[in-house]
Design a protein around this ligand. Structure first.
Ligand code: CP3
Length: 344
């Protein structure tokens, strides 16, 4: 297996900087739009052959150094008995949002061997169809909780923060249940063959540092503990996290994922040399054309300067409307970048 992604996660020397992209299997790919024409995104995820093929495509088309399992952060939530849908152009919608202890009590413990057998199959098929590592993933407890409480996407997460501050017992109970779920779910994916795990705490930047320490970090740590000692590197990603970077590092993960709002050299300096760093290219740069995308890619690479433990990625997911050729050109440029003392 071509393993420069895993080597970089462990901060070992690499021949070239590895690259992959969040949402690399998505609407910007014609083949994905075709597959989606007659199915919902959750139906694609639950059809192992199709899910594995969607996850394989970007490896072939973009030349990326890792594949990510085709699923969604809401898959295990549905398996806990929550009625939900994913609305196109909007995101997850929860039919009965969580407000009270009784709502939390209704969540079933996740039994992935029983309810998510399709994932074992799709991870197995994906492993067999690519020569690069397979990344399993989960939402982190806070980001999942935010959907359950808000009932859908939110700009300011006011309901979530109000519940956290005003109904502390409900919040802690919910986070207990979700951190156990994430631990179980990620362990399950590693047993199924995932070589690495990413926790998406996409919306955690909505929280102040003191509140992160009190209401989020202990649960993220418990979620990571599910895969402690399994020999797989874990990536801890969030957006808008400039005030939380050190706290996120302390909460767990061998690699910290950042968005585009912080210069990557500053993030590297603050995170120090015991963790890897992933991300940073503004996804909107890819919509501005190849020249802009390549110039900004060069800037990210120069700022990192060959630091061990760098994984090239975007600051968030690939946007619909991105040209696959632009992403392929960016990948090529990342691979061509000379590393200090590295071979070509
Ligand atoms: O290549 C990949 O990354 C595909 C696998 C994947 C999906 N969802 C499939 C999907 C991954 C890693 C996710 C994670 C996910 N899902 C996150 C965390 C990452 C992030 O973007 O912060 C979140 C917050 C969700 C919830 C969710 N699901 C949202 C916000 C949306 C977008 C809704 C829209 O239409 O814009 C979805 C739908 C979804 N899940 C798509 C894909 C490829 C979009 C395309 C579609 O509707 O078919």
């Amino acid at each position: 297996m071509q393993d420069r992604f895993l080597r970089a996660c462990w901060r070992k020397p690499v021949d070239r900087t590895p690259a992959w992209y969040m949402r690399q299997a998505g609407r910007y790919l014609l083949e994905y739009r075709d597959a989606r024409a007659e199915r919902t995104v959750l139906e694609v995820a639950k059809t192992p052959k199709l899910a594995a093929e969607m996850a394989r495509l970007p490896v072939e088309k973009l030349g990326v150094d890792a594949a990510i399992v085709f699923a969604d952060i809401m898959i295990p939530i549905e398996a806990m008995g929550v009625s939900l849908e994913i609305r196109e152009g909007i995101g997850p919608v929860i039919h009965k949002p969580i407000q009270e202890t009784e709502d939390v009590a209704r969540l079933r413990a996740l039994d992935p061997e029983r309810s998510l057998a399709f994932l074992t199959e799709s991870i197995g098929l994906l492993r067999d169809s690519v020569d690069v590592p397979v990344i399993g993933f989960s939402g982190a407890p806070f980001t999942i909780a935010s959907y359950l409480v808000e009932g859908g996407p939110s700009r300011d997460f006011a309901k979530t923060r109000a519940l956290m501050f005003g109904k502390e017992k409900v919040w802690h109970r919910l986070m207990d249940v979700l951190s156990d779920m994430v631990a179980t779910y990620t362990r399950f994916q590693v047993r199924a063959g995932a070589h690495a795990i990413q926790l998406f705490d996409s919306w955690v930047g909505a929280i102040a540092p003191d509140d992160y320490a009190r209401y989020v970090a202990p649960y993220t740590r418990r979620a990571f503990a599910g895969t402690n000692g399994m020999g797989v590197p874990r990536i801890h990603f969030g957006t808008n996290t400039a005030s939380l970077l050190e706290a996120m590092r302390a909460a767990g993960g061998e690699v910290i994922g950042i968005d585009w709002r912080i210069p990557i050299d500053e993030a590297c300096r603050r995170l120090g040399d015991r963790v890897g760093v992933q991300g940073n290219l503004d996804p909107a740069a890819l919509l501005a054309g190849k020249d802009v995308a390549l110039a900004r890619t060069g800037d990210v690479l120069a700022r990192v300067g060959g630091r061990p433990g760098h994984i090239f990625n975007l600051g968030h997911g690939v946007l619909p409307g991105t040209a696959p050729e632009t992403l392929a050109a960016v990948t090529e440029a990342v691979h061509a970048y000379p590393l200090p003392g590295g071979l070509a």
